[in-house]
Ligand binder design. Sequence first.
Ligand code: DX5
Ligand code: ZN
Length: 220
Amino acid sequence: VRRPKIAPSLLSADFAAIADQIAMVEAAGADELHLDTMDGRFVPNITWGMKIVKDLRRLTALPFDCHLMIVEPERYVDAFREAGADVITFHYEATPHPHRLLRHLREIGAKAGIAINPGTPAAMLEDLIEEIDRVLVMSVNPGFGGQSFIERALVKVEEVRAVLERRNPACEIEVDGGIGLANIERAVRAGADVLVAGNSVFAAGDPPAALREMRSRVDT
Ligand code: DX5
Ligand code: ZN
């Protein structure tokens, strides 16, 4: 059995104190940092690009899980890799060539991640399964932190898990959006390996305590 990973999402962190925020979640046992890049085109919000990833890279040795919510992700993946991304996850819906891009990500030494929106069925991954290192199942519509969890995502996690079990057991499943104490255990039971947590960590009164509480719910 794999130990579930918790990846705090910096989207909900205070960037005026980002070094402290990262040190805080690292000390509290974060396994990775989840970095959301948004372009105002694929999603209705804008965040940051490669320069920020590169600068943040100097602050921590935690793996960087870069979630690209951008159109034409193939134009930018090399630059994100050079900036220090360990996992690069693009959206299935954002490119006509997901198969080519997954192969390219492995070629440049990144973990190859693919994300599917709430409206995209798990079956769309059918012809890509062997090329993927991490499937990101969105449990909110991408664009903003602090939205409420879409329960249907758990069914999708189970479906993806069943296919991976047969065809690519090393591949991880990540769930992103609305994760907190109310659903983290169910997400892991459905088959999730990586839990993204934005608001449930950074908007908590005591973020390290919130992170530890989530961890205690999923560690066996
Ligand atoms: C949403 C982003 C998420 C976001 C999650 O589009 O992909 O990573 O930060 O935030 P919470 O955990 O607050 O839903
Ligand atoms: Zn994300």
